[in-house]
Design a protein around this ligand. Structure first.
Ligand code: F6P
Length: 309
């Protein structure tokens, strides 16, 4: 996100447009947590994880009173257009500001889950994926050394993009995602066939939003079945390790392109849209379309993951 903040700031400055940063997201908009920024303010942040602007989920913003206060603050501060960075909640909030207060707004997609329609990739996804794969490589050493079965849970409350891609990139023996209904019997049979005398270690990647309750629930189902008494099972939840750390090169480039693309969108008169990248090109999609459509998982990738395991 920092790479995106930097790109937005510097592109605006290059167009001689004044920039005000809003700290703590929509909460900061309600509390008037505004800071003037210049080109120097965003120096040395490109390579840093997290966001210098901080993030906050705001219950107040999801009330009409909260949004009216935010709109008043923007008007008072002379802010005539907004660029938001975030996931589904950020985009829905932005669209409401447009509808209720006419705020000019363009958003950049920022979520590790990669679950936004209108862009092939979201800011943070590639970095999270690389972190998850690096961890799977490390876990594999223990799995191999001790002949264990590891259930590795990755983020993705509603989407399996991280899980599916890191299963392929990390060579997992099995992957379970929310978009594809898991069946306990099938999982058990598959694991038993994997844990043979020749191959006694396995890694199963589980998206946190997978239908059976995630890695802990699956481990419980296996551990309470006598057929698995000879298998040493471990659960490893990668959790927030996936949301921190230095961004990957690919994410830095994507965030820089999207940030500059958001400024261009405003200058070209676009409004109420999200900037995305599809097939390598910048593309604008209306916020209402982004919020109402679901990005579908590539089932070819699921087949590939299964075939290669
Ligand atoms: O950004 C979405 C997400 O990464 C989900 O995959 C995950 O469930 C959630 O964030 C975790 O959010 P929090 O940090 O609030 O626990």
């Amino acid at each position: 996100m920092n790479a995106c903040v930097r790109a937005i700031t510097r592109t605006l400055i290059s167009e001689e447009i004044e920039v005000v940063a809003i700290r703590r997201g929509y909460s900061g908009m309600i509390d008037r947590d505004f800071v003037d920024v210049d080109g120097q303010s965003v120096s040395n942040i490109l390579q840093k994880g997290g966001t210098i602007l901080k993030c906050a989920r705001s219950k107040r913003f999801f009330t009409t009173v909260g949004r009216a206060k935010a709109a008043d603050n923007l008007r008072d501060a002379g802010i005539d257009a907004l660029i938001g960075i975030g996931g589904d909640g950020t985009l829905r909030g932005a669209h409401l500001m447009k509808k209720e207060h006419g705020t000019r707004i363009v958003c950049c997609p920022g979520t590790i889950d990669n679950d936004l329609f209108g862009t092939d990739e979201t800011i943070g996804f590639d970095s999270a994926l690389n972190t998850a794969i690096e961890n799977i490589d490390r876990i594999r050493d223990t799995a191999d050394a001790h002949d264990r079965l590891f259930l590795v849970e990755v983020m993705g409350a509603d989407a399996g993009f991280i899980a599916l891609n890191c299963a392929i990139g990390g060579g997992a023996e099995m992957v379970l995602i929310p978009e594809f209904e898991s069946d306990v019997i099938h999982i058990k049979n598959r694991i038993l066939s994997l844990m043979t005398a020749q191959s006694r270690s396995s890694i199963v990647v589980v998206a946190e939003g997978e239908g059976l309750g995630g890695a802990p629930a699956i481990a419980e189902a296996l551990n309470t079945d006598d057929a698995f008494s000879h298998i040493d099972i471990r659960v490893c939840i990668l959790g927030h390790t996936q949301r921190g750390g230095a961004p990957s090169a690919r994410d830095r480039v994507l965030a820089s392109r999207l940030g500059a693309g958001a400024v261009k969108a405003l200058l070209d008169g676009f409004d109420d849209v999200m900037v995305g990248v599809e097939n390598g090109d910048i593309k604008y999609t209306s916020l209402s379309e982004v919020s109402s459509r679901k990005k579908s998982i590539n089932f070819e990738l699921l087949k590939l993951a299964q075939m290669l395991s």
